[in-house]
Design a binder for this molecule. Structure first.
Ligand code: SF4
Length: 360
């Protein structure tokens, strides 16, 4: 019996091993799996009819049970600075966002790994909407393969909606697709995975892949960080950084720290010193990020340019590479902490939360 279209499984998002299981089940030769990978990941085709080196009968067999599974973004919003925010429909009235960030010699795509997020960081719009499930490898790789500029992307960062390490299995599969020769054959140096510090999963990621790591620290003082980022109560950031100190980030691989700056909350020299103390070594790069106000966070305001520069200069003076990151896509709500997707029928306003500990 032929399956309805919405019952057919997507092939995009499968590893070569999984594609071989599919072709073996359908009685096709092993090399058909490699051909499928080439068509989907190499040529980004969206229908079986386009796969001309696969026989018509095999294409019909595939189409009876599977779909290619590539889906164009439902909406695109273009910023005046060239950044584009894409909205991908992920079913049940939910959507996730990806952000295309062109720069002089780079074109980076910031992708989402979950529908919402359960980390509940106080300053983040995604955290405000709660958790609605993990994205599948299909839904994650589709963001990379289906944006209009897919073939000119130079980098992918897992810094969109969700905590990637809360969905480690699917994220690892996507990294495999991005880096293996049968997939996109990218160097792992073109990929950065960001985390708020899920320590056990981070250890797995560091040991099993060679991708760059970005840790969202935002405050190195334990009592203050836990009022912003509840995960600090389980995995203290100093322990996460200590764990990372046992790995090599001095050569091919990069470890960076993300640090959103709030006026009088985490931006004085004592905070810079607290941050310096937990850094594994001087090879870690620190990115200072301007805060973009979201609703119900009246006590958090972005730091002044002077305080950010002072913080940066202090760390530079200690031999640490620290830069102030240029904000992109603010006018289309695509900047750090602003991604919210769309949740139809659930547009209840997030409950005003208790303000975190703040100095002033
Ligand atoms: S900052 Fe990241 S981990 Fe925290 S709630 Fe937002 S998406 Fe989740």
């Amino acid at each position: 019996m032929e399956l309805k279209r919405n019952q057919r499984k997507p092939l995009a998002g499968m590893t070569l091993y999984e594609l071989r299981e599919v072709t073996a089940k359908l009685g096709m030769p092993k090399f058909t799996a490699t051909q499928l990978a080439q068509w989907i990941y190499g040529k980004r085709v969206s229908t079986f009819d386009e796969m001309l080196n696969i026989s018509k009968s095999n294409r019909e067999l595939l189409a009876a049970e599977y779909v290619v599974g590539l889906k164009a973004p439902a909406e695109a919003h273009r910023s005046e600075d060239g950044t584009v925010k894409y909205l991908f429909d992920v079913g049940d009235g939910k959507a996730v966002e990806s952000v295309y960030i062109p720069d002089e010699d780079r074109a980076t795509l910031c992708i989402s790994s979950q529908k919402g997020c359960r980390m509940n960081c106080y300053f983040c719009m995604t955290g405000r909407q709660g958790f609605h499930g993990n994205l599948t490898a299909n839904e994650i790789i589709n963001q990379v393969l289906s944006v209009p500029d897919s073939e000119s992307l130079t980098n992918v960062v897992f810094m969109g909606m969700g905590e990637p390490l809360d969905n480690l299995d699917e994220v690892m599969k996507v990294i495999e697709i991005l880096t293996e020769s049968w997939g996109l054959a990218w160097s792992p140096k073109r990929i950065t995975v960001s985390t708020v510090g899920k320590k056990p999963e981070l250890k797995t990621l560091v040991e099993k892949t060679s991708v760059h790591i970005a840790v969202s620290v935002h405050n190195a003082v334990h009592e203050e960080r836990q009022s912003l980022m509840p995960l600090e109560k389980i995995y203290q950031i100093k322990d996460v950084m200590e764990m990372l100190s046992h790995y090599d980030f001095a050569h091919q691989r990069r470890l960076s720290v993300e640090y959103i700056m709030w006026n009088w909350f985490n931006d004085d020299i004592s905070h810079a010193e607290a941050l310096r103390e937990i850094l594994p070594d001087e090879h870690v790069r620190v990115n200072l990020i301007r805060y973009h106000m979201i609703p119900d966070t009246p006590k958090l305001r972005t730091s002044s340019d002077e305080r950010m520069a002072h913080f940066r200069d202090y760390l530079n003076g200690k031999g640490i590479t620290c830069t102030i990151r240029r904000s992109r896509g603010e006018d289309i709500s695509a900047a750090c902490g602003m991604l919210a997707g769309k949740v139809k029928n659930e547009e209840k306003k997030a409950e005003a939360k208790k303000a975190p500990h703040a100095k002033k």
